[in-house]
Design a protein around this ligand. Structure first.
Ligand code: GH3
Ligand code: MG
Ligand code: MG
Ligand code: MG
Length: 314
């Protein structure tokens, strides 16, 4: 029988984040106001308070809040201007903003919506109303996060899926073109996998796919790098802003880490499950097509198969 580590065999479980895990960033220049808001909310959520509007964008990058409670009137940068900036910044654009407004007149409320508010609440704040409104916004955010994770991930392996490739990669390419940064692409395929299925059955085959995907993920070190299940037993790895040397290091680590799983495959000349990989490093241009990039990496993969499998060629 194939020897597989059963600790990595559970199918990918999507996010189990709850309301209690959500981080709320409270931004208000008045200390008394921050204290009131945090004392009401910290029983239910993870709260962080700041009084200085200038440091909000940096703080968002550091703690990635799920909601920002934002005072409208603050010295220096006011809440409305800050909200506009948050919505223009990649890492904070999706964070809902709830305004805490001093006055409740309709014109100000309109301005809050136009600035990108998800909701607002008038001072003086009623504790129970605040809690309900915050819970509502966070519930919606959690649902959206779960749906987007399910949309973009392959359920068996937990890796990104093809839909992610077609929707997200063009944005990544545009960024690389603008910054004049190279892209490393690795195309990978499990060796002799048809024989593995025929010998051990498709259930063991699925477990093997999960274990291989976990090994590949463990080789990714930077947040911008990602691996994707391209087809049945084929994987694509994208390494933005990576040199030839960097690509080779990651690719070799992946090939080695799969063999290091020591999953028996009696029909393989290596007697274990292995992968072959081909890589390219290229400078994306406006004329670059995703299909061409993948085809080039695929040609290298073909060379790796022809040269005896269980290796990286680029
Ligand atoms: P090579 O070394 O040349 O890549 O040979 P191979 O046998 O791996 O190549 P081939 O393309 O003939 O086989 C791919 C196999 O992958 C066929 C199919 O049964 C299996 N496969 C694809 N998707 C899945 C899946 O989701 N689960 C399982 N268990 N098997 C899958
Ligand atoms: Mg104020
Ligand atoms: Mg294949
Ligand atoms: Mg194969």
């Amino acid at each position: 029988m194939a020897k597989i580590d059963t600790s990595v065999l559970q199918p990918h479980s999507f996010s189990d984040k709850t309301l209690a895990d959500c981080r709320v960033l409270i931004v208000d220049d008045e200390e008394a106001s921050r204290l009131v808001l945090s004392s009401v909310l910290e029983e239910f959520f993870q709260c962080t308070c700041i009084g200085d509007s200038a440091s909000v964008i940096r703080t968002c990058e550091q703690i990635q809040p799920d909601l920002i409670l934002l005072d409208v009137n603050m010295p220096g940068k006011d809440g409305l201007t800050l909200c506009g900036e948050l919505k223009q910044t990649t890492h904070s654009a999706a964070i809902p903003v709830m305004f805490i407004t001093g006055g409740g007149d309709a014109a100000l409320q309109d301005t809050c919506w136009e600035a990108g508010a998800s909701d607002f609440i008038a001072k003086p704040v009623v504790a129970s109303t605040l809690i309900h409104r915050v819970k509502n916004v966070l519930q919606s955010k959690l649902r959206l996060e779960l749906i987007s994770e399910m949309t973009f991930r392959d359920q068996l392996t937990g890796l990104y899926n093809r839909y992610y490739l077609t929707t997200e990669i063009p944005t990544m390419l545009k960024h690389l073109i603008r910054e004049q940064q190279p892209l490393g692409v690795i195309m990978m395929d499990i060796d002799n996998f048809k024989g593995f299925n025929d010998t051990y059955g498709h259930v063991e085959g699925d477990k093997c796919l999960h274990a291989v995907a976990t090994a590949l993920k463990s080789c990714l070190r930077r947040p911008q790098d990602f691996a994707m299940r391209y087809g049945g037993e084929e994987f694509l790895v994208f390494l933005p802003n990576t040199s030839q040397e960097g690509c080779e290091t990651v690719g070799n680590a992946m090939v080695e880490s799969v063999q290091a799983l020591h999953i028996t495959n009696s029909i393989s000349p290596y007697k274990e499950v292995t992968v072959s990989a081909g890589y390219i490093v290229m400078q994306p241009e406006h004329s670059s097509k995703l299909e061409d990039i993948i085809n080039q990496a695929d040609e290298q993969l073909y060379e790796a198969k022809a040269a005896g499998k269980n290796r990286l060629i680029g």
